[in-house]
Ligand binder design. Structure first.
Ligand code: PHE
Length: 344
């Protein structure tokens, strides 16, 4: 029996040492020390031994059990530390590697221009008003003195969704909606930025979708000179203090009189490719709000008068930054956009 026990001990110690992982080691523990294991079997057979032999055998079994337990524990410690070492090696970070650059975005040039114009007018006491891009024919045309069949509708080729519903061709309908909210009481002083749509073929200077900012002031004693002063202040802040404006007679059904507004060119009047040798660049349309428009929006045109103007951010951005093709704004080429991502 002694022999048998010794052999068991050697066998178990060897197997414990050879275990590849914690599971195998546990199998060894169960096999040799478990309830059905050989060591327990020996203990069970002790009843058959004589009174002198029993304590000797008992002591021996304990020695064997301890030896096996110790071998298993030792192996367990070494397997566990091996696992930690392995994990550490796998998860090690090379702190000497160069970092990956983080690409910072910036506001789109059109967003920049829009915000710049907004800030400028907010500084002059205007508030920002917005409205829907899918608009009713009434607000986009009829309430702006453009009844159905009016030839001036041809000035703005329109995407119709139904005979009464269209993609707005300008942000003027927001002005109508705002005036109606005022229920005939002034003053109204707003700018309306937003996307607008026209059935134009896209080329270097046309896009079927573009951005506009329109302004509207309605009050008592609002005169053409107020319009001129406002636009002069706008031009100087937007393009530089030495820029001038000039007004040329024009036509819009919703304003009377109507003007086209030019800003003097950066060449100082010498003539260059941007101003095509004229010294002036057309930047916006404007005029005194037509009495019909005021009346339709609920204002008494004998008491109230107003001016309105409208401009396209694309055109302003093209002039300000020297961009030669409107499509650059929409194709999202990072080489183009990155030139504007200056981080203030
Ligand atoms: N709504 C006009 C357009 O888009 C611009 C404009 C606005 C002209 C206000 C005059 C007054 O063409």
């Amino acid at each position: 029996m002694e022999e048998q026990l010794k052999q068991l001990q050697d066998e178990a110690v060897m197997k414990a040492a050879a275990a590849q992982d914690l599971k195998e080691l546990n199998d060894v523990r169960v096999a040799y020390l478990g309830k059905k294991g050989p060591v327990t079997e020996v203990l069970k057979g002790m009843g058959r031994l004589s009174a002198e032999e029993r304590p000797k055998m008992g002591a021996l079994v304990n020695v064997v059990r301890e030896a096996i337990t110790k071998a298993i524990e030792t192996k367990q410690v070494s397997l566990e530390s091996e696992a930690i070492q392995k994990q550490l090696a796998e998860e090690s970070i090379d702190v000497t590697l160069p970092g990956r650059p983080v690409k910072l975005g910036g506001p789109h040039p059109l967003t920049r221009v829009t915000e710049e114009i907004e800030d400028l007018f907010i500084g002059m006491g205007y508030t920002v008003a917005e409205g829907p891009e899918v608009e009713q024919d009434y607000y986009n045309f009829e309430a702006l003195n453009l009844p159905k069949g009016h030839p001036a509708r041809d000035m703005q080729d329109t995407f119709y969704l139904t005979p009464e519903l269209l993609m707005r061709t300008h942000t003027s309908p927001v002005q109508v909606r705002t005036m109606l909210k005022h229920e005939g009481k002034g003053p109204v002083k707003i700018i309306c930025p937003g996307k607008v749509y026209r059935r134009d073929s896209d080329d270097a200077t046309h896009s079927h979708q573009f951005n506009q900012i329109e302004g509207l002031v309605v009050g008592e004693n609002i005169r053409m000179s107020d319009l001129k002063g406002t636009l002069d202040a706008f031009a100087k802040k937007m393009f530089g203090p030495d820029r001038e404006i000039r007004l040329r007679p024009s036509f819009f059904p919703f304003t009377e009189p109507s003007v086209e507004v030019d800003v003097s060119c950066m060449c100082g009047g010498k003539g260059c490719s941007i101003c095509k040798g004229t010294g002036w660049i057309e930047v916006l349309g404007a005029g005194m709000v037509h009495p019909n428009v005021l009346e339709m929006a609920g204002f008494d045109s004998t008491v109230y008068s107003g001016f309105a103007f409208g401009m396209g951010q694309e055109r302003i951005a093209m002039l300000k930054y020297g961009v030669d093709d409107i499509r650059h704004f929409y194709t999202n080429d990072l080489r183009f956009l990155q030139q504007f991502s200056v981080h203030e």
